[in-house]
Design a protein around this ligand. Structure first.
Ligand code: SF4
Ligand code: SF4
Length: 402
């Protein structure tokens, strides 16, 4: 599934799985898009969050930072309306596109997979995997908060057979400034790029005569689809962790009626074991939205508000309502958990130690490496030097006013 040269050369470090790599309960129920925290905030507060006005005395929130955030989200809104997180069938994610009337007969399914992955990279995907459509990960219903409209798969223009899952990298220096307007610019631009990459891929398939619709956070849950497609592992913070970029990615999908005989397999590389002892994200989270439990569980603990969670998948529990409340309070999209995660580093030196020593003493080693990551200066709270460095590698003052 991977398209990265580093991953290919480290193929021996991955464990391939025939089945979905985490437990799913027999009574697992499909998730409704309306249950996301974004929709909860739309309904109760009228908006998921509001950015703060620029303030020249606050690094990361000056006019320059706010201009970056505004431009990133403007780009996204121009491409997709205001519905990137709260709708479906809008902008580049629209359902109704012409498909070439004759299907291209691929010589082999293997060739088809290679062609699709090459096309995905052409449009900007860093990682791509191909998996079967799975009812469990698709929303049972779609909800658009702006239009106040619900639809189901009966309204979708075709029956998808396959989901192509892609990941794009987010800027490391920008991510290091979280939570800030600077990082919000990176996030907005990332959301815009998600739709651009997914639309390009869907258009390519339609030109070959296959039905295809681009999907961002709509249609289905991207994390389990990405796990099934072999491009990363679920983590304590709930986000996908990839081998090279950790959680510093954005995910998108293309639903298509092109069917394959063989699909990519889930692959793991030790994230879950590391998460058991690391807890950097839950320690750093300003709203305490990430579980501190040692082990993941199939069902949430009794004191956890699971209103926004898909229940019945083994995981650590996160409270998205608490998370978005912090977004509201800080006027940012936060992202502190992503910055804190050791896997976020461009060259995560712990990879190599984990790979060499995992079998020798996994528990103590993981705890030791977590501490080393902190000693080596990878902090997990807002750092104004990171903002100055983002705008100027020498870290000079960046407001242009002396
Ligand atoms: Fe916590 Fe911020 Fe991550 Fe939300 S984005 S879970 S508030 S660290
Ligand atoms: Fe796992 Fe640590 Fe990353 Fe949290 S910060 S997701 S515990 S590796």
């Amino acid at each position: 599934a991977s398209t990265s040269a580093t991953e290919e050369s480290n193929a021996h470090l991955f464990t391939e799985h025939d089945e979905f790599p985490v437990k799913v309960a027999d009574d697992y129920q499909r998730y409704h898009q309306e249950r996301t925290a974004f929709h909860y905030f739309y309904k109760t507060k009228g908006t998921p969050y509001m950015p703060l006005p620029p303030d020249e005395s606050k690094p990361g929130f000056t006019v320059i930072d706010s201009a970056l955030a505004g431009a990133g989200w403007d780009l996204c809104d121009r491409l997709n309306g205001m519905s990137s997180n709260t709708g479906y069938d809008v902008g580049l994610y629209n359902w109704d596109n012409p498909t070439y009337p004759q299907q291209y007969p691929f010589e082999s399914k293997e060739l088809a997979a290679n062609v699709i992955k090459r096309a995905a990279r052409t449009f900007g995907a860093n990682l791509v995997g191909i998996t079967r459509q799975d009812d469990r990960w698709d929303y049972a219903s779609f909800y658009d908060a702006i239009k106040n409209e619900t639809k189901t798969w009966d309204d979708f223009p075709f029956k998808p057979k396959t989901v192509i899952v892609m990941a794009i990298e987010s800027d490391y220096e920008g991510q290091s400034t979280a939570p800030s307007a600077t990082n919000d610019g990176i996030i907005g631009e990332g959301y815009a790029r998600m739709s651009y990459v997914a639309y390009g891929m869907a258009s390519f398939l339609r030109n070959l005569g296959y039905k295809a619709v681009a999907s961002g956070n709509d249609l289905g849950m991207s994390v389990p689809y990405a796990m099934a497609a072999g491009i990363g592992e679920a983590s304590r913070m709930g986000l996908l962790v990839t081998y090279n970029m950790g959680p510093r990615i954005r995910l998108m999908k293309v639903y298509t009626d092109l069917e394959f005989v063989e699909y990519d397999k889930p692959k793991t590389f030790g994230v879950r074991d590391f998460c058991e002892r690391c807890k950097r994200c839950s320690d750093a989270c300003p709203s305490k939205a990430i579980s501190v439990a040692d082990k993941p569980s199939l069902y949430p603990p009794a004191d956890h508000d699971a209103a926004t969670n898909a229940v019945g998948i083994e995981k650590w529990w996160t409270d998205s309502k608490k998370c978005l409340q912090y977004w509201n309070d800080s006027g940012t999209n936060c992202g502190t958990c992503v910055t804190a995660c050791p896997y976020n580093k461009p060259d995560f030196w712990q990879h190599r130690m984990i790979e060499k020593m995992n079998s020798l003493m996994p528990g103590p080693l993981h705890t030791f490496m977590r501490e080393m990551d902190i000693w080596f200066g990878f902090g997990d709270t807002f750092d104004e030097k990171a903002v100055a460095k983002f705008w100027d590698p020498a870290g000079r003052k960046y407001d242009g006013r002396g």
